[in-house]
Design a protein around this ligand. Structure first.
Ligand code: CTP
Length: 400
């Protein structure tokens, strides 16, 4: 519930603006109050009258509206909220935010606020994938802006791909998480998840059977305790949770880069099943069968060990570094040796022998290895393992 939470909702000018009217209703159903702000372009998609009727509040539209200034200046308006939400966040609004423009009411409020900002981007897939938008996104993330979505799917413009504004319940989950008062409020945690894909050529790759379920559950559990989660995920089968900052990667090298860019963090948890090797002689074009029937010889080279790199950082090491160990034999002995070798604080060890059904399955049975020894947990759904682990992380980092 969002009882008595105050949301300043900036509606940008995109076709998804119609969903923001529903967002206002749902937020109010949850007990929040919504102060709406429309950009000029947004007024082309939704009317000020319907917006203010649904919010049961005045709608703010113009920076130089003297009546507004007499009632409440833009500085106060930007700060009288618990959270600023931009939905839909258009490519233009994101660009303005990233570059610090303040030439209309929405951009001025975003510059003046001292509150957290959550954006729900929505735009055509090409605009979303454009390097300029991706650059702006990286800048905004670096500034601590929270990002919900966008989703992938059919778009109003007839194209398919990422760019569709997240569904209202997902935006509300992200708002809930941003306003959470849990023990990890204000703490930044990096979580890696999923498999990595190591290319052989442009159409083939080497992968593993990780579904990304445990990593996604862990990210959601940390979010629910109030953490700001940077979720660095390989191509997983399980979708990333709402309310976390999702950074999608393919290869181990990209994962290492994304983790490096996400620092500083108070904790880093490495749930990804990173490929140990990549193909050194990967081909830039599709490999063809040769007439003599000879199979190609793949040469492998070791990938960077992301966990060990962070665990052994000379400066700025997260207070808590947690690795996972997927083993099939001598689980505790192998995992304890791995903990010592990599230099991490904890290892979450599990037996991934096929008969356990753990890899890719709904449950997990872990042994938590810390300075105090090995702790065997009962077999539990991955969500429950995640909640217990998140709780332990919160205890290790100390309450706020
Ligand atoms: N890991 C990582 N980067 C790698 C390989 C592994 O960050 N290049 C992390 C995983 O996310 C996991 C932990 O290291 O948290 C253990 O991974 P695992 O593959 O079990 O360990 P390895 O060091 O590869 O050892 P093994 O010889 O058992 O494969």
């Amino acid at each position: 519930m969002l009882t008595n939470k105050r949301i300043l909702l900036i509606i940008g000018g995109g076709i998804a603006a119609f969903k923001s009217l529903d967002l206002i209703r749902r937020l109010r159903d949850q007990g929040a109050s919504v102060t709406p702000v429309l950009t000029k372009a947004a007024e082309e998609f939704v009317t000020p009258l319907s917006t203010s009727a649904l919010a049961a509040q005045k709608v703010y539209r113009d920076l130089f509206d003297l009546t507004d200034e007499a009632e409440m200046g833009h500085i106060e308006l930007s700060r009288a909220a618990d959270l600023v939400v931009v939905a839909p966040a258009t490519a233009d609004l994101m660009a303005k935010m990233a570059h610090g423009h303040a030439n209309d009411l929405a951009s001025t409020l975003l510059m003046a606020t001292d509150k957290r900002v959550l954006i729900a981007p929505a735009m055509n897939v090409r605009m979303w994938e454009h390097p300029a938008t991706q650059r702006n996104l990286a800048v905004l993330r670096g500034d601590g802006v929270l990002v919900a979505g966008p989703d992938e799917g059919n778009m109003a413009c007839g194209e398919y791909g990422p760019g569709r504004m997240s569904e209202v319940p997902d935006i509300i989950a992200a708002i809930d998480a941003a306003l959470g008062d849990g023990p990890l409020k204000g703490r930044h945690v990096i979580v890696t998840s999923g498999p990595t894909h190591e290319p052989i050529d442009p159409v083939r790759y080497i992968a593993n059977r990780s579904s990304g379920a445990q990593g996604a559950a862990l990210a959601a559990a940390l979010r629910d305790l109030g953490a700001r989660v940077s979720f660095v995920t390989g191509p997983a089968k399980v979708p990333p949770p709402a309310g976390v900052d999702v950074i999608r990667v393919e290869t181990a090298a990209q994962m290492a880069e994304a983790v490096a860019a996400a620092h500083p963090a108070e904790a880093a948890i490495f749930a990804a099943a990173v490929a140990d090797w990549r193909v050194e002689n990967a081909s830039g074009s599709k490999m063809k069968k040769d007439a003599s029937g000879n199979a190609p010889a793949l040469e492998f080279t070791e990938n960077p060990d992301i966990l060990a790199g962070v665990a052994q950082m000379a400066a700025g090491r997260p207070k808590l570094v947690v690795g996972f160990a997927a083993e099939t034999d001598d689980v505790v002995a192998n995992a304890s040796a791995k903990r010592a070798r990599k230099g991490c604080d904890w290892i979450v060890a599990n037996d991934v022998s096929p008969e356990t059904g753990i890899m890719g399955g709904p449950e997990n049975r872990i042994v938590l290895i810390t300075d105090d020894g090995a702790e065997e947990w009962p077999r539990l759904p991955k969500d429950d393992v995640a909640r217990r682990l998140a709780q332990r992380v919160a205890e290790a980092l100390g309450a706020n």
